[in-house]
Write a protein that binds this ligand. Structure first.
Ligand code: VGL
Ligand code: ZN
Length: 199
């Protein structure tokens, strides 16, 4: 079996001081760096939005953390974050990028958000990650990073849908914890057969 560590969105905007700061977001960096050596492949994801992205409350004259209906369903409206090329979109400076075989960017389509590393939020448009993993013969995926209840969880759930074995290293994740989102994602991941490690 061939394994990959998929490191989700360890970017400045999700760390303390960032525009969509996750409590303790920077605390995942050390554990994630330490995990990398145990995997055949390391893949980093990067949330990568244009300034006119429709997941931003500022583009709807709405309050951050309100919701709106998009053609693909209900969308949380976030503060502006991870704008392409900004320091907020850069990886945390202590994250070991040298081990990464692939950096996959997502959320670049202004009309569709993309929590998952596999599918945009329309759950149809692919990022290309599944094809890359299959081409390399990678079958076992472990996820860590930010945020547990959005991009990590959605990625792990889609990994199972795409036929990969998925684990989440819970203690190398931090959560946004919005409106019951942590409990909901943990329940969904367990029922999908995802292995939760370090919980
Ligand atoms: C994320 C909300 C919006 C995440 C990204 O990385 O979990 N959450 N964009
Ligand atoms: Zn985003």
């Amino acid at each position: 079996m061939t394994s990959a560590l998929i490191v989700i969105d360890v970017q400045n905007d999700f760390c303390p001081g960032g525009n969509l700061a996750v409590a303790g977001g920077d605390e995942v960096v050390g554990p994630i760096n330490a995990m990398m050596a145990a995997f055949d492949a390391v893949i980093l994801t990067q949330d990568w939005h244009p300034a006119d992205h429709l997941s931003f409350a500022s583009n709807h004259n709405a309050e951050p953390m309100s919701t709106t209906e998009m053609p693909y369903g209900t969308q949380v409206l976030w503060p502006d974050h991870c704008i392409q090329g900004t320091n907020g979109a850069a990886f945390h400076s202590d994250l070991d990028q040298n081990r990464a075989d692939l950096i996959i960017r997502k959320g670049y389509n202004p009309k569709i958000d993309s929590y998952s590393a596999f599918f945009e939020n329309d759950q149809t448009t692919k990022t290309g990650l599944a094809g890359y993993l299959r081409d390399r013969g990678i079958t076992e995926l472990t996820f860590a990073g930010l945020a547990l209840d959005f991009c990590v969880g959605w990625s792990a759930l889609d990994a199972v849908k795409e036929g990969f074995a998925a684990s989440v290293q819970i203690d190398a994740c931090r959560a946004i914890d919005f409106d019951g989102s942590v409990d909901r994602i943990l329940t969904e991941m367990k029922s999908a057969g995802i292995t939760l490690i370090g919980a």
